[in-house]
Design a protein around this ligand. Structure first.
Ligand code: NDP
Length: 372
């Protein structure tokens, strides 16, 4: 599963502003959070409340919500009073739109909030999503959707009962590089895809909730491997019929107490396509590569927010104008809500992935092939 490092003749796919339907990041360099958030500027936009102001909400989602055309940052839910004060100031959020985990349910009486975006540790996704629906709001829930299929079913049932939309934070469905991989496969530009491989891993710091099974639900598979699984499926347009998986020996038993450290997994795809990935909280990986009848195409890095790079066996370099994946994702979801159309990344997709994750863990534990 090594990345192909060979340098090739360059061919640039330029994708302009209009083709992507999104302006360049630089056009937003003068965005002023304190004015952007005023309701008058946002009357046609859906109000989003971010739940859990951690790394992802702070460094990606909130800045992206300054660039969105169909939604804006209307409120926050946080357990940390100092964050509430800082966000209130930075994003001009009125006091009435600031909640903590005890007052969260009162959001049902707040007409400024249309969408709740759950950005909490994985074990909290199901409860906060269900409470969001009980408050009568649409919900975006971060990946992985939940810790079990049972939880996913309860979340989907809550969405149906509330007659609201549930989407999962799968940002790469809005990323041009990953979409180009899908196009090259679908249009059979290099013939039928015969093999697809992926890897995502990095060295996780000791002590973070991601290493705590109670909060994370598992190890790198839940957090990073899920991107690889998604890549194998959206590029081939297929889902695995069965899986096998192997865990590598643990290098530090005080760090990896009850989660996997590194995992390799094979998907048994229809039509005999070979599909496999590696995910790790120790080793670095970041690629998605498809090998077809007449050549290959890949992106590496494949899963970052910025700086993705693509190339093909005939020396073409895949390149797009920079954009915010999160702005595109939240705008895409908000627009589908406005138009009453199904989400591109619905709860059912999140459930499918959790079902596959459960099968992978069973395969890892038993050493057996597990039917999905
Ligand atoms: P962080 O640890 O940075 O933030 C999580 C936040 O959740 C905390 O800051 C805190 O916010 C709140 N929180 C409430 N209870 C707890 C608890 N018991 N332990 C820790 N935090 C708690 O995590 P991330 O922002 O990196 O990840 C959050 C979610 O987003 C995860 O599900 C992750 O998988 C997903 N994610 C998705 C990404 C993507 O690209 N789609 C990228 C990164 C993460 P507060 O202080 O406001 O209460």
């Amino acid at each position: 599963m090594k990345k192909n490092q060979s340098s090739r003749r360059k061919f640039i796919y330029t994708t302009g502003i209009t083709a992507l339907g999104l302006p360049l990041l630089s056009s937003f360099s003068n965005c002023n959070p304190s004015t952007q958030n005023k309701k008058t500027m946002n009357k046609n936009k859906l109000g989003v409340a971010l739940v859990g102001l951690g790394g992802y909400a702070t460094s990606q989602l909130a800045p992206a919500l300054l660039q969105t055309a169909h939604c804006y940052l209307a409120g926050i839910v946080t357990g940390t009073p100092s964050k509430a004060a800082a966000w209130k100031e930075k994003y001009n959020i009125p006091d009435k739109n600031i909640y903590n985990y005890d007052t969260y349910d009162a959001i049902k009486d707040n007409p400024d909030i249309d969408i709740i975006y759950v950005v909490l540790p994985n074990s909290m996704h199901a409860a906060y999503t269900i409470r969001g629906f009980e408050a009568g709001k649409h919900v975006i829930c971060e990946k992985p959707m939940a810790l079990s299929v049972t939880e996913c079913d309860a979340m989907i049932a809550a969405a149906k009962k509330a007659n609201k939309f549930l989407s999962i934070g799968y940002r790469l469905h809005y990323d041009p590089y990953n979409l180009e991989m899908v196009r090259l496969a679908k249009d059979k530009v290099y013939g039928d895809v015969k093999k697809i491989t992926s890897g995502f891993g990095f060295n996780a710091q000791k002590g973070i909730w991601r290493l705590d099974k109670k909060l994370a639900g598992g190890g790198p598979l839940m957090d990073l491997g899920i991107y690889c699984m998604q890549g194998l499926m959206y590029v081939t347009g297929m889902e695995p019929v069965a899986v096998t998986a192997q865990q590598s020996p643990i290098s530090d038993a005080t760090k990896f107490i009850d989660i996997e450290e590194t995992l390799t997994c094979q998907f048994e795809m229809p039509k005999g396509i070979r599909a496999e990935f590696v995910t790790s909280y120790t080793d670095s990986h970041n690629f998605l590569k498809a090998e077809a009848e007449n050549g290959w195409f890949q992106i590496s890095p494949a899963f970052n927010y910025y700086g993705l790079k693509g190339k093909t066996s005939d020396g073409k370099k895949v390149e797009f104008a920079p954009l915010s994946q999160q702005a595109k994702q939240m705008d895409g979801i908000a627009l589908s809500i406005k138009e009453g159309k199904p989400s591109k990344v619905p709860g059912e997709m999140g459930r499918r992935d959790v079902k596959i994750i459960e099968a992978i863990y069973e395969a890892m534990r038993t050493g057996k092939r597990v039917i999905v």
